[in-house]
Every structure is written in structure tokens, then in C-alpha cells.
Design a protein around this ligand. Structure first.
Ligand SMILES: Cc1cc2nc3c(=O)[nH]c(=O)nc-3n(C[C@H](O)[C@H](O)[C@H](O)COP(=O)(O)OP(=O)(O)OC[C@H]3O[C@@H](n4cnc5c(N)ncnc54)[C@H](O)[C@@H]3O)c2cc1C
Length: 407
């Protein structure tokens, strides 16, 4: 098993007792990451979505890791899912972002909010057949403020009619099902979440977004919903309470992002240690120059600083998942997941930047092992809540009621 990953498991074992089955899942995640690395490299260079990603996720049954056994999952802990995504992030965020959206955000939302019929039809089946999910909240004019969305729904006899455009949607062109958020056309305070089958008439992938500055192997799309008819039994959660679904999905999603970021930091550390021993300048290995040693020490510190807030948030999140009614706990999880995401994403970007520096000119190339880490790390400070939104959340949780910067 990869050395730093193994070390993280040992470190955690002092505080958490992994079951045999969980340790096997982590071995499997290690193999999945290894298998994905080659195809990721090839597709990254040609700036293409990597079609192997959903196949590898299915082959190694990654999606079912944190899902209860009764729905066809492995019933493993949140910390096991976090470690899995950490390992997937070692070479870049293609598979880790897929896993974050498909599992942390969508599968866990179906488990939390779905009716028994929805769980059977969408969750259990997807774990068997590898169907892909996407989560469509953002629109061209509504990002950090999703309440300003303009996608609408109106009630028909036994269905809802959805119209609007969703933007920057991960897995958007490869998804079989999308959790879509829309506003009641007759009362814009009511936002509802729907499970939309992408085979529905009126659904179209308007554009595949390929002009990104990183994350090339992850599918990102603009989606059009033109009077898409959604059966009423496909409402996820309660009508008018879609933002509860969105916010709870993002609590899991932010743990997914933070763990992918730890992976980026570990990937950066692995790469700089090898390079520092191989590359010779001024008559000695660059690892013998003290300023290069500083980069290595800083990345190692970043790893320590990113890991523990994320692990602690994941352990507390597992407590909350057994006690959804606990208001104090949800407030704590909201704070801890925001802290984990904010800290880990900034440190991932900084670590990948240091890694590029250690590699010098070769580091600026996508052919180096650190080019993808650097390009992919940037988005983690934007998606699923920007740095600024995380800061506002952290500050308002500390200041208390009445200090929210926005509602
Ligand atoms: C590669 C990628 C994949 C994505 N995948 C998905 C997905 O699967 N599903 C989905 O729904 N969305 C997805 N997103 C969208 C992402 O979540 C949004 O980009 C993000 O929430 C920010 O919204 P915005 O881009 O509209 O920026 P804006 O909201 O326009 O923000 C612009 C700037 O203003 C700041 N800002 C905004 N409001 C405030 C405030 N009140 N106080 C201080 N500063 C503020 C922001 O922090 C930012 O710096 C993805 C984005 C990317 C880049």
C-alpha cells in the first residue's frame, strides 16, 4: 500500500478502530487510485474527460463505501470514505471529484432524504449498475447565492414541470440522474429538490465546459431543462424544503473536498521527496540545499494541519448521522466542515505550488507529476462554497445569531 496513505491509517487507528471490512475497502481504494493514475495522465495531457473514471469507481465499488448495507452499500464509516477520497487525490482530482459528487453529495443525500421507493429505485440500483449522479444547484447568475436561482417548477396533475439552466455541473454530461434544485413559479421562497432522469424529454447538455484551467479529466457541463416533466414521487425531501437537502449535501461534500485536498498534499510530498533526491544542481542533490528542505518541511506541516480538522469533522459527522435531530451537533458540523474545507483547500494549493517550485521549469509542465496537482488544486477554493463563503460561515457561527452576513 502507498506509504503516506498507510501512515494516515496507522495514525487514525490510535483514535478509531477500523473493522476488517473497512481496512479491505481502503486497500481497494489504494488499488483504484493506482489503476486510475495512468489513464488520468493520458487524458490530462490531451485535456479530455477521463472515461475510465466511472468504470474504475464501479469496478472497485467505491460509491457504496459509506452507504448502509440495507441499500447495497458497504456500511463503512465516514472516516473510511474520507480516507478513500484522500488516496484518490494523490495524482489529481479527476476521480476524487467524481467520487465527491457521486457519493458524498448525491448517494448520501438519497440515503438521508429519499423515500424507501427512491432509495430502492435510485440508490440501490445505482450501486449495482454503476449509474452516475450529478448535483445541479449553480446557475449562470446564481452561485454563492443559490436562493437567487431562476430555474422554476410548476405543478401539473401528477408531476412537476422544470425549466431553467444549470451551470458548472460536475458529471453533468455523463450523469444518469441529477438532483436538481428549482423554485416554485408561484412562490419563489419555495425551493424544491428533484431527482431528474437524464433520459427525460426536454433535458439537454447545452455545453461541455472544456476551457477550465485545471480538472480537465472531470466532466463539467452546462445543462438545459426545457419543460422537463418530473413525476411527483421524484421530489427529494419535502416540497419547498430543497435548501435543507442542498445544505446537508454540502456538509458531506465539503468533507469530500477536504479529503481530496489532503490527497493533493500527500501527492505533492511524494513528488518533491523523489525529485529532491534525483535532481542535481550546483554539484549536489537539490534535497541537500536547505531552501529546498524548507519546501519539503512546509508541505509536511501542511499535511498535518489539513488532516486533523478533516478527520475530526468526519468523526463528528458520523455522530451526527446517528442523531439528525441534534441542533447543537449540526451547528458544530457546519462549522467543522467549513473549517476543514477552508484549511485543506488553501494548504493543498500552497503545497502544490511549493511542489512546482521544487521541480523548477519541469514543474511548470503537465508532463511532471506536480503539474496536474497544481492545476487541480485551485478549484477546491471555489467549488462547494468559496473561501469567502466558508469564512463568513465560520465567523457567523462564532459570533452567533444576528451576525450572518447573508441568509
Ligand atoms: C470545476 C467546477 C465544478 C463545479 N461543480 C458544481 C456542481 O457539481 N454542482 C453545482 O451546483 N455547482 C458546481 N460548481 C459551481 C460552484 O459551486 C460555484 O462556482 C461556487 O459556488 C461559486 O459561485 P460563482 O462561481 O457563481 O461565484 P460568485 O458567487 O459569483 O462569487 C464571485 C466572488 O464573490 C465572492 N462572494 C460572493 N458572495 C459573497 C459574499 N456574500 N461576501 C463576500 N464575498 C462573496 C465569492 O467568494 C467569489 O470570490 C462547480 C464549479 C467549478 C469551477
Amino acid at each position: 500500500m502507498e506509504k503516506l496513505f498507510q501512515q494516515s491509517i496507522y495514525d487514525l487507528e490510535r483514535f478509531y478502530s477500523f473493522s476488517e471490512a473497512e481496512l479491505k475497502l481502503l486497500e481497494s481504494a489504494d488499488k483504484a487510485a493506482e489503476e486510475c493514475a495512468n489513464s488520468e495522465f493520458e487524458h490530462y495531457i490531451s485535456r479530455e474527460v477521463n472515461p475510465e473514471i466511472p468504470k474504475i469507481a464501479k469496478k472497485y465499488a467505491l460509491s457504496g463505501i459509506p452507504i448502509a448495507k440495507e441499500y447495497g452499500g458497504h456500511g463503512a464509516s465516514m472516516i473510511t470514505a474520507v480516507l478513500t477520497n484522500q488516496r484518490l487525490g494523490h495524482t489529481g482530482l479527476g476521480l476524487a471529484t467524481f467520487y465527491d459528487v457521486n457519493t458524498f453529495i448525491c448517494a448520501l443525500s438519497l440515503q438521508r432524504w429519499g423515500s424507501e421507493e427512491q432509495k430502492d429505485r435510485y440508490l440501490s440500483h445505482s450501486l449495482k449498475d454503476g449509474s452516475v449522479f450529478a448535483f445541479a444547484l449553480t446557475e449562470p447568475e446564481a452561485g454563492s447565492d443559490p436562493s437567487s436561482m431562476s430555474t422554476t417548477y410548476s405543478k401539473s396533475v401528477r408531476s412537476y414541470i422544470l425549466s431553467g439552466t444549470k451551470y458548472l455541473i460536475t458529471n453533468g454530461s455523463i450523469a444518469d440522474y441529477i438532483i436538481v434544485f428549482a423554485k416554485d413559479s408561484s412562490d419563489e421562497k419555495n425551493i424544491t429538490a428533484f431527482i431528474v432522469d437524464t433520459k427525460s424529454a426536454g433535458f439537454k447538455v447545452q455545453m461541455h465546459l472544456s476551457e477550465k484551467i485545471g480538472l480537465f479529466t472531470s466532466d463539467t457541463a452546462m445543462l438545459e431543462f426545457n419543460e422537463v416533466e418530473v413525476p411527483e414521487e421524484n421530489v427529494l425531501g419535502n416540497v419547498g424544503k430543497g435548501m435543507h437537502v442542498a445544505y446537508s449535501a454540502l456538509l458531506n461534500g465539503r468533507l469530500g473536498i477536504a479529503s481530496g485536498c489532503i490527497g493533493i498534499i500527500e501527492g505533492s510530498l511524494n513528488a518533491v521527496i523523489s525529485r529532491a533526491k534525483e535532481r542535481v544542481q550546483h554539484g549536489k542533490q537539490i534535497g541537500k540545499h536547505q531552501l529546498i528542505q524548507r519546501h519539503i518541511a512546509e508541505i509536511r506541516q501542511n499535511l498535518e494541519m489539513a488532516k486533523w480538522p478533516t478527520y475530526f469533522a468526519a468523526l463528528r459527522k458520523s455522530q451526527y448521522d446517528k442523531d439528525f435531530g441534534n441542533k447543537a451537533l449540526v451547528e458544530e458540523i457546519d462549522l467543522r466542515t467549513a473549517l476543514a474545507k477552508k484549511i485543506a483547500s488553501r494548504l493543498a494549493f500552497e503545497s502544490a505550488d511549493r511542489a512546482v517550485q521544487v521541480f523548477g521549469g519541469f514543474g511548470y509542465s503537465l508532463l511532471s507529476p506536480v503539474g496536474q496537482l497544481f492545476c487541480d488544486s485551485r478549484v477546491t477554493r471555489i467549488y462547494e462554497g468559496t473561501d469567502e463563503i466558508m469564512e463568513l460561515k465560520i465567523a457567523s457561527r462564532l459570533l452567533g445569531n444576528g451576525f450572518e452576513a447573508f441568509r
